[in-house]
Design a protein around this ligand. Structure first.
Ligand code: SF4
Length: 336
């Protein structure tokens, strides 16, 4: 064990219950809760206030790990944001060159995001400012990801291929005549007011066309067809959440959602894939989460056990905070 890590563990000490802040729900929260209760506790309770340099060591480590992004998540977000912002710029640009303008903006935005990532990783900025871009696999030193130049070259190659596939699809042609007044680009995250708590979603590009409200989203995955049922179920769930948002924000409007999916071997465009019973999912999932908060509003670390299959731990972004937490529990037990 490295010396500084031992010091951190010694400084951690036993962990008291944590006051849960105001509850909200999201699909990411639901999946983490299902995957590992310990990871859920770290992200949604332990990380509270961890931005403060004087907070508990565990809170700071939890806060840091929250921002480590798996590579395919970073690719998906970069592509989704680039599509959204490039459409916004294209719709306000010269109508004669809209399509070319879209490609120009999109490639420029991808280039900017990749250069920013490279700077953050090379200078290890993300270690001092958790909000600077960071890739989980790089931080863990996994294979080629350890090398910043190889990582960024890979990102540019994948996003370049994704752009080429996007250009061959109908998506750009379908929306290239939209004007900026048709677009809703203000909110990157939106909250649905749901039965007393907010449900958060990332909607992608939202626009109005022919009396319908529509959205374009993008997902990149690096694992080919593996778990494709789960992948498409998740897209359906995201879409259904967006439809739920539209039900109250734009009542009476039909809803259309286009998702561009890209992986190494295939790209596809998925239209209007919805998961039925999304409200049942939110109700059941939020009830389970809230059941683990006591009547004084406290979350107790011992109610959030580690996942059963410890093989997952090797690539888990919360593994460092998890080790510290385990050590704190051992100290706590020894002190009793
Ligand atoms: S390291 Fe393993 S047990 Fe700990 S949070 Fe991650 S997945 Fe869960």
């Amino acid at each position: 064990m490295r010396d500084f890590e031992r010091e951190v563990m010694n400084a951690a000490g036993p962990l008291p219950p944590i006051r849960a802040e105001e509850f909200s729900w999201s699909l990411a929260r639901h999946y983490l809760f299902r995957f590992c209760r310990r990871g859920y506790f770290i992200r949604y309770y332990l990380a509270q206030g961890g931005w403060d340099a004087y907070s508990h060591t565990l809170a700071r480590e939890a806060y840091f790990s929250k921002y480590l992004m798996p590579f395919d998540t970073w690719l998906s977000r970069t592509l989704r944001d680039a599509i959204r912002d490039s459409f916004a710029k294209m719709s306000a640009g010269d109508p004669r060159h809209k399509r070319r303008g879209f490609g120009f903006y999109l490639l420029r935005q991808i280039g900017k995001a990749t250069a920013d990532l490279q700077i953050s990783l090379k200078n290890r900025e993300y270690l001092y400012d958790a909000k600077r871009p960071a890739i989980l696999e790089h931080h863990l030193g996994l294979g080629d990801f350890a090398d910043v130049d190889k990582l960024t070259e890979k990102a540019v190659a994948i996003l370049g291929d994704a752009y080429a596939a996007l250009s061959r699809s109908d998506i750009i042609a379908d929306v290239s005549d939209l004007s900026f007044v048709d677009l809703r680009t203000d909110d990157k995250f939106i909250a649905i007011d749901y039965k007393g708590f907010p449900v958060w979603i990332v909607p992608g590009l939202i626009y109005f066309r022919e009396g319908a409200v529509s959205a374009i989203n993008a997902e990149v995955r690096l694992t080919g067809d593996e778990n494709s049922d789960d992948f498409f179920r998740r897209i359906g769930q995201l879409n259904s959440l967006f439809a739920l948002f539209c039900k109250t924000r734009y009542p009476g409007y039909p809803v259309n959602i286009t998702t561009f999916t890209f992986s190494k071997d295939l790209s596809s465009v998925v239209y209007n894939l919805f998961e039925p019973d999304i409200e049942k999912l939110i109700d059941a999932s939020s009830a389970e989460m809230l059941a683990l908060i006591d009547r004084d509003g406290l979350a107790h670390p011992e109610d959030f056990p580690p996942c059963e299959n410890r093989a997952y731990c090797r690539t888990c972004r919360y593994q460092s905070a998890c080790r510290l937490l385990e050590n704190a529990s051992v100290q706590d037990g020894a002190a009793r």
